[in-house]
Design a binder for this molecule. Structure first.
Ligand SMILES: [Zn+2]
Length: 420
């Protein structure tokens, strides 16, 4: 099967709210996560010392469909400050320049009062707002970004986000890790207590302040003792980069393991609907408990075969893929604007939203996977991978991959030493 990777830019940063912390299914202990090794290569400069009020820093990506208001809510900014900001500077440059994909960093007090909000626009302009008396002043200055490489690792005791918090790793990096391994790991079902991660990523500073995290350059994820590794390779010949195993295999699979967006909220949502494998046979699908409105994504490139209401399925989207494969997403509360019969969708595109239409006792996604009209279990089926690094590019790939793989080894060594 010839299949080319769709770079899933759209789902690299599916960010949720900051409320729910769930538990790994087989983790009976209280959620205590610990980062065993936290190593930073260059000194990290924190906010000015000696301040009395506790500061919190939130970093999120501005997503397609976001408004400034939804962004401020996700950043933990108090409603009165959000209103004040819009009233005072509604038409200002920072409001106009914000685009999907930009990473926004906000500093708030423990009560949610906004102290500053910043993002980099284009290559080199720092935009945002800073508290000034009772109001805010606009920040608009040239940015000189200093790049650092940060190494972090942790072990999952309760949830991936809890472990990431403990390692002081921003959500934007956690989401990238989930995205990189989304062809191999269903982050809603597969996580186990004791799973581990190690990651090498970029961070950018401006005037000694951490401004944003950047791309994950290498990552390791140990899921149920299975070791997965990825390194970023920007293949000039292909015109774009991707994640590959250290031996050059492509990490992208034809199908994502999970049809549900991964976020703080969904990662913590209890598996209330027959989560056990045997029950799959009884009802020919996999159910994901999730809050109503959670984004549902196409697990593979395909064409919309059906988008409408169908008996017990309620509102359902059916996609047609290569190789006689179809996938169905049922009980939706609504459809994405582009999910119309005949429309092409790419892997990771939002096609609808979790609901409880049809025969559903509560909000959840019912997901089916069929090969030539026969139901198959998507949790166990082997998925074809995208093309590996071509032989003539392996020299360039190794030059990039080896030092990164060595850094992961280093992290792993430190971690195992700490476990002893
Ligand atoms: Zn179901």
């Amino acid at each position: 099967m010839r299949w080319r990777a769709a770079i899933v830019a759209g789902c690299a940063g599916l960010l949720g709210g900051v409320t729910a912390f769930g538990t790994v299914r087989d983790a009976p202990e209280p959620p205590v996560a610990r980062a065993l090794v936290v190593e930073v290569l260059a000194p990290r400069i924190e906010a000015a010392a000696g301040e009395i009020v506790q500061s919190y820093v939130h970093e999120v990506r501005f997503e397609r469909g976001d408004t400034f208001a939804t962004l401020l809510t996700r950043l933990g900014v108090d409603g009165a400050d959000a209103l004040q900001l819009v009233k005072q500077h509604g038409g200002s440059k920072p409001f106009r320049a914000l685009r999907p994909g930009m990473t926004v960093r906000a500093e708030t007090t423990d009560y949610g009062a906004l102290r500053s909000l910043r993002f980099v626009s284009g290559r080199d302009t720092l935009l945002g707002f800073e508290r000034e008396g009772d109001g805010f002043r606009v920040v608009d200055e040239p940015a000189q970004l200093a790049r650092q490489i940060v190494l972090k690792s942790g072990e999952i005791r309760s949830s991936l986000f809890a472990a990431a918090d403990d390692a002081d790793m921003p959500d934007a990096v956690t989401m990238q890790i989930a995205d990189i391994f989304s062809g191999d790991v269903d982050f809603h079902r597969d996580l186990r207590k004791g799973d581990r991660f190690a990651v090498v990523y970029e961070a950018f500073h401006h005037n000694g302040r951490l401004l944003k995290s950047g791309r994950v350059l290498a990552a390791e994820f140990v899921n149920a003792k299975k070791v997965l590794r990825a390194v970023w390779f920007d293949d000039a010949a292909e015109g774009r980069g991707g994640y590959y195993a250290p031996d050059g295999k492509n990490l992208r699979k034809a199908f994502l393991r999970s049809p549900l967006e991964f976020s703080r909220v969904t990662s913590g949502f209890a598996m209330r609907f027959h989560p056990i494998l045997q029950q799959w046979r009884a009802h020919n699908g996999v159910d994901y408990g999730a809050p109503a409105g959670t984004r549902v994504r196409a697990t593979a490139d395909g064409v919309v075969d059906f988008a409408g209401v169908q008996g017990g399925y309620g509102k359902v989207v059916i996609l047609r893929h290569h190789g006689g494969i179809t996938t169905a997403y049922a009980h939706l509360s609504g459809f994405a604007a582009d999910a119309r019969k005949g429309a092409r969708v790419a892997q990771g595109d939002t096609i609808g939203f979790v609901g409880a239409t049809g025969w559903a006792t509560g909000p959840h996604l019912h997901y089916e996977f069929r090969v030539n009209s026969q139901h198959r279990n998507p949790l166990t089926i082997a998925m074809p991978a995208a093309e590996p690094v071509p032989p003539e590019r392996m020299g360039a790939f190794n030059a990039t991959a080896r030092p990164l793989a060595a850094q992961l080894e280093l992290l792993a060594d430190g971690r195992f030493a700490a476990l002893d």
